[in-house]
Design a protein around this ligand. Sequence first.
Ligand SMILES: Cc1ncc(COP(=O)(O)O)c(C=O)c1O
Length: 446
Amino acid sequence: MANGLGKPFVPVPVTANELNTSKSQAVFKSAQELMPGGVSSPVRAFRSVGGQPIVFDRVKGPYAWDVDGNRFIDYVGSWGPAICGHAHPEVITALHETLEKGTSFGAPCELENQLAEMVIEAVPSVEMVRFVNSGTEACMAVLRLMRAFTGRDKVIKFEGCYHGHADMFLVKAGSGVATLGLPDSPGVPRSTTANTLTAPYNDLEAVKELFAENPDAISGVILEPVVGNAGFITPEPGFLEGLRELTKENGALLVFDEVMTGFRIAYGGAQARFGVTPDLTTLGKVIGGGLPVGAYGGKAEIMSMVAPAGPMYQAGTLSGNPLAMTAGIKTLELLRQEGTYDRLSATTQRLMEGILQAAKEAGVPITGSSISAMFGFYLCEGPVRNFEEAKSTDVEAFGKLHRAMLERGVYLAPSAFEAGFTSLAHSEADIDATLQAFRESFASLK
Ligand SMILES: Cc1ncc(COP(=O)(O)O)c(C=O)c1O
């Protein structure tokens, strides 16, 4: 099967070995003296799975190579952007061409129009879009916009959903906050989070109660339409539809944070897949094709509040820079080709079914699922419908599994509370090798 690299795939046998990570360890030792925890983002430090992190040297297609020369089949994909495979040749070629023209203009550039048109065409809720540099920035700005548009200060978020690290979202957040078990971060003023109300995911009654207790005070509801920052939790039938109704009834906005799910769950994101259109949407990861990008968009009436069209201020030195726009445009061009999402779904489904089967054969409790190019599992009996239930997963066993998989050449997210990502570059042979590694690793847990 083609692996998206333009070359025939040559399978490399994956066998258990004593992983030599001496260079990784040396680099990470220095890193810890230079940067807090030795990393630029917390989950990378492997604290929740134990052991030392692997220091990457290069990535290509479905693979990552570390500084010791070990090769891993990668299911992190730079935490989501690498949906076409790492360093896709067409993305790299396009980037080279743009690079010749410069790296940042700080002025309008036609590439912004091109990517904006593609996003608007694809994502049902988006009539106008503003580009920023990260998902955090997109979520921070969208919250300001929710407040500016409604004239209300409060927001409802869900336990285990992560919307970046802005102050008002660091309440019962997922991702690294969940991974590290931080309650709320010090440095976040109580006055800021006082306006953040939380409810359990998939619990419409709790949201109803919050609206009843806070009449005319809630600007809106923000959520990951499929949760990828507390493992992998899907919306129960009627949940997204119910939120759409409730927000409408209460004069509040519905915001889908599709930083992770955008162009991954479907080309038009989770909103296209589930047929529920929010008022505003945040994006990131895939639309930057591996370069730093975020975006927020929605109804023109609401987006017209954003400066300079309107009074809500938000700006960015590097926003809409030509390199990030180029990588995004090329990535979306690859994704909108016929059959892309069928291929992604087939790959991921085969992987997920194989993982569940391997765990069962080894007598390891498991529940898990996948949609399109996103998957996740918990080492416990299911179902998992919210963050509280997700916490039943056996974190210690996951740490052992993670290590066993690394030793067999498979790189999983170093946390029991992060979704996994597949790409167009993952071939059938990669999935076969991964499942063999899972069978051996699950067996080794006994
Ligand atoms: C749903 C969601 N929102 C926001 C963010 C924050 O994005 P970034 O890490 O680019 O700041 C993330 C990051 O993982 C995310 O998954």
